[in-house]
Design a protein around this ligand. Structure first.
Ligand code: ACO
Length: 384
């Protein structure tokens, strides 16, 4: 390693499934409304995938590699960030690796829920800056729709599927992720718990993959604002930058009101915030990279500008990354590979999942009562 090794973001690409689930679609089977969802969350639509998460991730990575004009054989590291993985062993990153033909890569999954991409970007940057690898692919991908408790309106309206990836490459130019603050508000880990995602519940009559979501939305809301605001303040202080130096904020998109609060505390106007929440909802780990790719495609990333990426997720993990963009904002190459066509509507796809879900699992009575014992913020805890 040399002191001057940085990790430039040289490629980017997303893969959004085409099927669109509207708020009105949700109100065909849930006691909810377009008006409630828009007012409380800012969401109008989300995407539902007809293919596996690995396929979404692979196409996003393929597009990012084309953008960087990098041969898959030259990739040293693949990080697959997400929480809705199809398999634990073998890991999902190895599935992407084999599909890409990246035979020389090390491959790992990284799960910090919605912050998985950002944690992955920080980890890969560190490995490049310390000389362990030179070229990395970092993916944020989720296929939440297959694991959603579709009968629970508290959560079913909030999430969507998607994927995006970036390519990082060693460089002597001072660019890429230059500072980060990563943290975890673990006292509140029970405010967001998906029972059925892991094997810890199999003894309680819950079938793996048949999920129960414990979700204390108001506590998560407050702690999300707190965590992202503090991390953003600290990462700016660490770097000697001010809010006015930030050209664009690319935040996690769980709720428009959370984003507005974080921007307000950071002193950054909403014109300098990239928003995708209206059309994609919360795609967990895929949210920040999809927003980044769309910002680039819309010409909202200026060459040599500063980007701030605050995020939070189950755990409750939180972070804020400071990225210095390089001089190039357009792809070097493109790939014409596409997803296979989708022959069903998003509502049909969701109804297929609902039909598979165990009717026994719909009754939460007494099976495992959700508990939020450590959830309350202490008196005097302020947002910044
Ligand atoms: N449709 C209609 N009514 C609803 C719905 C719905 N989908 N969901 C809840 N309600 C009702 C409630 O039952 C309640 O009714 P009541 O007043 O009769 O009791 C009322 O609406 C208000 O509910 P609140 O929970 O107080 O609504 P709030 O304004 O807090 O918004 C929300 C809820 C959107 C969940 C908000 O708290 C939020 O965004 N929290 C953050 C959640 C989040 O970002 N999670 C992402 C986690 S990231 C990860 O790692 C997976």
């Amino acid at each position: 390693m040399t002191e001057s090794t940085y990790a430039a973001i040289t490629g980017w690409g997303s893969c959004m499934p085409p099927a669109v689930l509207s708020n009105d679609d949700l109100s065909t089977f849930l006691d909810t409304s377009d008006e409630w969802i828009i007012t409380r969350t800012g969401m109008k639509e989300r995407r539902i995938s007809h293919v596996s998460a690995t396929e979404l991730a692979t196409l996003a990575a393929r597009r990012a590699l084309a953008c960087a004009d990098l041969d898959p054989a030259d990739v040293d590291l693949i990080i697959y960030g997400g929480v809705s993985n199809e398999e634990l062993c073998p890991n999902s990153a190895s599935g992407v690796q084999v599909s890409l033909g990246a035979q020389n890569a090390a491959s790992m999954d990284l799960n910090t829920a919605c912050t998985s991409f950002c944690y992955g970007l920080a980890a890969a940057t560190g490995m490049i800056r310390t000389g362990q690898v030179r070229n990395a692919v970092v993916i944020g991908v989720e296929l939440i729709s297959r694991y959603m408790d579709w009968e629970n309106r508290n959560v079913a309206v909030l999430f969507g599927d998607g994927a995006a990836a970036v390519v990082l490459q060693a460089t002597d130019n001072e660019e890429g992720m230059l500072a980060s603050v990563l943290g975890c508000d673990a006292q509140a880990r029970q405010t967001l718990r998906v029972r059925g995602f892991g094997c810890g519940y199999s003894g309680y009559g819950i079938t793996l993959g048949d999920t129960f979501w414990d979700f204390d939305g108001q506590q998560i809301f407050k702690r999300a604002v707190l965590g992202m605001s503090r991390a953003s303040r600290d990462v700016l202080a660490q770097s000697g930058l001010k809010a006015e130096d930030i050209s664009l904020v690319v935040p996690h998109q769980a709720n428009l009101r959370i984003i507005e609060s974080v921007a307000k505390y950071a002193g950054i106007s909403m014109e300098r915030v990239m928003l995708t929440v209206e059309k994609y909802g919360n795609m967990s780990a895929a949210t920040v990279p999809v927003a980044l790719v769309e910002a680039l495609e819309e010409g909202r990333v200026e060459p040599n500008s500063w980007l701030l990426m605050p995020a939070f997720g189950g755990g409750l993990t939180y972070c804020s990354l400071l990225v210095k963009w390089g001089s190039r904002t357009i792809p070097l190459e493109q790939t014409d590979v596409e997803l296979p066509p989708c022959n069903e509507s998003a509502l049909e796809l969701v109804n297929q999942v609902r039909a598979r879900q165990d009717p026994y699992g719909r009754s939460r009575d007494g099976l495992l009562a959700p508990v939020f014992p450590e959830a309350q913020l202490r008196d005097g805890d302020s947002v910044v």
